[in-house]
Ligand binder design. Structure first.
Ligand code: NAD
Length: 338
């Protein structure tokens, strides 16, 4: 059976999840909502995605501008089994009531609080616990990256405390009002919220984080330190990480030593929007010392959560009960790990 899915909020995350749904054979994209009749709405129309407005008032604006609009969010909700809510942080909370009243399942994004759904999701950690659920939250781009790498290490080695610093992009490439422009801005609330966010997915992970913002738009970077038992070698860590297609090991002799070169690689590979769904980790940066494992990983903030949304849909609608099979299907359709 093909499940019917709607996207509420066709922005940075929403347009990527919409395109990913189109690649699946067990789900169908019924339509997308837009708040503003802008270039993204025009592009959705060009792709033959059915367009809905977020409200009735907005509907009239779209019609005035000559858009073909199928209805409002309420009409979209009537036609679907599940909504992927990709509206800006905080708006999902307002929408949840509407989903509940209409008995429709929904996925929220990392900008919403854990408390909204009481279930924070990462397919490498708690896929099975999402089976059949009505509401889940796919954690943020940074938390998704931490969850992927840490769960891989935790499932294969005896790990202890994790300390991580997030070097965060100032804004996404289209966010021309964000910063800093010429500064490094530390998050003075220490530890940062990222550690507790990881623990909202797996409470057994012992992690403390700090964060700074820097003037870049393309990717985040994480510096990780993981305490481990003494018998662990760099070789064992590398071979364990290599087995996960959602982790991209950057080999020593590639000349890729920055986020800008990673983006260049993605562009040269012809990846749509230069998306990097995998978490790139520099092999050279992986070292084991008395202090534990050290490594650097990069995060393409606009796309690493996309496969998690697809797996989340499969789990909630019980289209696939096996985490491995869902992840494999998502990986193959998106071209992850190729
Ligand atoms: P965005 O601003 O790029 O897109 C949001 C979309 O929702 C826009 O198309 C906007 O027009 C539309 N919208 C605005 N108000 C609306 C409303 N009331 N009803 C319906 N649509 C409305 O935002 P985004 O970056 O895609 O973020 C969406 C969610 O994903 C947030 O929770 C965010 O924290 C999370 N997230 C973002 C990133 C990232 O790097 N951008 C990464 C991971 C998670």
């Amino acid at each position: 059976m093909v499940s019917k899915i709607g996207i509420n909020g066709y922005g940075t995350i929403g347009k990527r999840v919409a395109d990913a749904i189109k690649l699946q054979d067990d789900m169908e994209l019924v339509g997308v909502t837009k708040n503003t009749p802008n270039f993204e709405a025009k592009l959705a129309e060009k792709k033959n995605y059915d367009l809905y407005s977020s409200t009735k008032k907005r509907y009239d604006k779209f019609v005035e501008k000559g858009y073909k609009v199928e209805g409002t969010l309420d009409d979209l909700i009537d036609k679907v089994d599940l909504i992927v809510d990709c509206t800006p942080a905080g708006i999902g909370k307002r929408n949840k009531k509407k989903y509940e009243e209409n008995d429709v399942k929904a996925i929220f994004q990392g900008g919403e609080s854990h408390e909204l759904t009481d279930f924070s999701f990462n397919s490498s950690i708690n896929y099975e616990k999402a089976l059949g659920r009505d509401y889940i939250r796919v954690v943020s781009c940074n938390t998704t990256a931490l969850c992927r790498t840490i769960s891989r290490l935790k499932n294969n080695f005896q790990i202890g405390k994790i300390r991580a610093t997030m070097i965060r992009r100032g804004g996404d490439p289209d966010q021309d009002d964000r910063g800093p422009l010429n500064a490094i801005k530390p998050k003075l609330e220490v530890p940062s919220h990222h550690g507790p966010d990881v623990q909202s997915v797996d409470s057994e992970i012992d992690i403390e984080t700090t964060a700074v913002k820097v003037p870049t738009t393309i990717m985040h970077m994480h510096s990780l330190n993981v305490e481990v038992s003494k018998d662990i070698t760099k070789e064992k860590i590398v071979s364990t990480l290599r087995k996960d297609p959602r982790i991209l090991l950057i080999e020593k002799d590639t000349g890729i030593d920055s986020t800008s070169k990673l983006v260049e690689l993605a562009r040269d590979e012809g990846r749509k929007r230069y998306d990097i769904w995998e978490i790139p980790i520099w092999v050279k940066s992986i070292e084991v010392t008395e202090g534990g494992i050290y490594l650097f990983q990069a995060v393409h903030q606009e796309s690493d959560v996309v496969p998690e949304n697809i797996d989340g849909i499969r789990a909630m609608l019980e289209l696939e009960n096996s985490r491995g099979k869902s992840k494999q299907k998502t990986n193959e359709t998106l071209g992850i790990g190729e």
